[in-house]
Design a protein around this ligand. Sequence first.
Ligand code: HSE
Length: 369
Amino acid sequence: MKKTVGFIGWRGMVGSVLIQRMVEENNFSNIHAVFFSTSQPGKVGPNIQESNILQDAYNFDCLITMDIIISCQGGKYTDDTYQKLRSLGWNGYWIDAASSLRLHEDAIIVLDPINLQDIYSAINIGVKTFVGGNCTVSLMLMALGGLFFNNLIEWVLFSTYQAASGAGSRHIIELVKQMGYLYQSVENKLYKKKYSILDIEKTMSKSIQEINFPKQEFFAPLAGNVLPWIDCAMQNNQTKEEWKVQVEANKILNINNTIPIDGTCVRVGTFRCHSQAFTIKLKKDLSYSNIHNILQEHNNWIRIIPNNVHSTLNLLTPCAVTGTLNIAVGRIRKLNISTNLLSVFSVGDQLLWGAAEPLRRTLMILLST
Ligand code: HSE
């Protein structure tokens, strides 16, 4: 019998990408899908299966009838419903994109190219809660999985270049508005034969400071700027985004000795791909061909990009990777600062492997067990 799967937050960015991927992979043919809404119950839902009237996402009588629930609605919805649903005796599978439940003892963070065996073990012992990891964490593990898997990493230092999408859809819109605002401020000067670049730069820098410059979402300009702060402050001077990396990565890796991972998370003016620069302390010296093979063989989505200008500018960028499941890994080189220090740059789509894809794949794993 087909399992009944409830979708909550399917209209948001991560939810939409999830639905898109499920349609591409024909995943809806295996399930009976029920679409929920927090704001428009009773209205018509997506045209995917015959019955598509939206159910109330706060109707526990209905939620409790689901075999599996996937929420991309955000942490508040999870906080409002998850415990109550469990306390009502609901014993179905809960798959979540939000961070609320990630560190719960009885939840597993899912990234099956890294922890498929742990996911199976969790299912066998009755774990019912499966949560997608933070996007920078998932993308880092996808990129460096081979080195982690072969126990070759002593520690990792990272700098991230995180896209506007990680902050939410309204932030992407605001970034584009900021770009437009800047363009308009100098449009009449750009196409003159004789232009003063210092005048153009000064005009843009001034317009960024104007009261009307759109920054209601980011609270700062992102176009023409970088923002080295993501999420709230932790007591140890990290941001929460930085704090999550070591904690979540080690939970996913599920090894005895914690691998130290730290760095700086930075928002940049890209749309939906997160990039990351890693400095990796290897436990031993490896040849370049060994490193390439170890990285490449870990999963099917790795694209090793040769360390030259043409390949890097064409293949190792957010523009090249966006909308694909590829994990581009390049600029691989040994640093001359100290022995066994490796530098790697990687790019991945924050909405795909960074968010929706591990959830979709988890649903498929749960349906197949
Ligand atoms: N927290 C991430 C970001 C996205 O702000 O880019 C979600 O994992």
